[in-house]
Ligand binder design. Structure first.
Ligand code: NAD
Length: 310
């Protein structure tokens, strides 16, 4: 299959490498010129459980792509999605299918500006990856993906996409309720990512705080109220308990969430507007009150103003 990975940072590179190895015709698209240039000149360097390798895979800046993909896999950061879609619009046709695997909320509305609902497939993944530098990624550990069609008539197409990912070892499953999984992952990120970043602590440290359960429950309750208006039912106690297991200090380890790594370690912007920020903004439209999410969003933006250099 002809596949374009739009947004080829850590995760896009992982998916690109695995899909290419399975025999697909794959290109990477990314707006970071040094990354694209390094991949084209030296190959993509990958660190795996079995050592280091150099993988040849063509990479393009979004405005330079000359390729007609049957499938586009979106893997930008949330804030990069509108610009990426705008830039690759010339290669999207009425037959192009698009799979969105970004974290965060509100992406369907953005993609719908460029493609019909029938062409859009939403997913969520527990694979991980780390970008070590231009043309250099770390791909360790195991994962999986859930994918579902947005338009009810497109179930077979979603199953076919799952098949392509599955053959590549990406362990994809058709989901009967992917929006639930996307919201539940947003709850994880909207609590642990946001709070560990503001508190500048790792997940085990967060779990050892006397305030952790109450803070998580307040945030999850706000997410659930907004989700209900989007026809997604989140049980606050169940989701809070699910997150509680992740920050149980006896299990959690000294892991710093990705938002912490982006903002505190690398001084990069965060996906907050697509997590707590999305909830606060939608709540206003629905006439709901989500003061915790609104304040957390402002605090992260304030921290971005202090730490991110332009
Ligand atoms: P990433 O940070 O690795 O890359 C995103 C983009 O940032 C790149 O495409 C690149 O254009 C740019 N970039 C990165 N470093 C740069 C630098 N030093 N200079 C200039 N530009 C730079 O993003 P990611 O981790 O692959 O995340 C993509 C999406 O997948 C996000 O929505 C994320 O939340 C989600 N996600 C990530 C993981 C993970 O383990 N990384 C797991 C699940 C979901």
């Amino acid at each position: 299959m002809k596949i374009a990975i739009a947004g080829a940072g850590a995760m896009g590179s992982r998916f690109g490498v695995m899909l290419k190895r399975a025999g697909n015709d794959v290109i990477l698209i990314d707006s970071w010129a040094e990354h694209v240039q390094t991949i084209n000149q030296k190959g993509l360097k990958i660190e795996t459980d079995h050592g280091s390798k150099q993988v040849e895979i063509p990479a393009f800046l979004p405005q330079d792509v000359n390729f007609q993909p049957e499938l586009v896999v979106l893997f930008t950061k949330s804030m990069g999605l509108p610009k990426m879609l705008q830039d690759i619009q010339p290669i999207l046709t009425a037959n192009t299918k698009i799979v969105c695997l970004l974290n965060g909320l509100g992406h369907i509305a953005t993609i719908e500006k460029y493609l019909n609902k029938a062409n859009i497939f939403m997913g969520v993944t527990v694979w991980t990856a780390t970008l070590l530098g231009p043309g250099h990624v770390k791909l360790i550990g195991d994962g999986g993906i859930e994918i579902q069609n947005i338009e009810p008539t497109q179930k077979k197409a979603a199953e076919e996409i799952c098949g392509v990912f599955d053959v590549a070892g990406l362990k994809a499953k058709y989901s009967a309720n992917v929006m639930f999984s996307i919201w539940r992952k947003a709850c994880v990120n909207g609590t642990l990512n946001t709070l560990c970043t503001l508190l500048e602590c790792n997940i085990a440290q967060f779990g050892s705080l006397p305030q952790s359960d109450q803070l998580v429950k307040q945030i999850v309750a706000e997410f659930a109220a907004v989700a209900a208006h989007e026809d997604v039912k989140l049980n606050v106690d169940e989701v809070a308990a699910y997150i509680g297991k992740l920050y149980d200090p006896s299990q959690a380890g000294e892991h710093y969430p990705s938002m912490y790594q982006d903002l505190i370690m690398h001084h990069r912007l965060t996906e907050i507007d697509y997590l707590n920020g999305y909830v606060a903004q939608r709540a206003e439209q629905f006439g709901l009150k989500t003061p915790v999410s609104a304040t957390l969003t402002e605090l992260i933006h304030a921290k971005e103003s202090l730490l991110v250099k332009n």
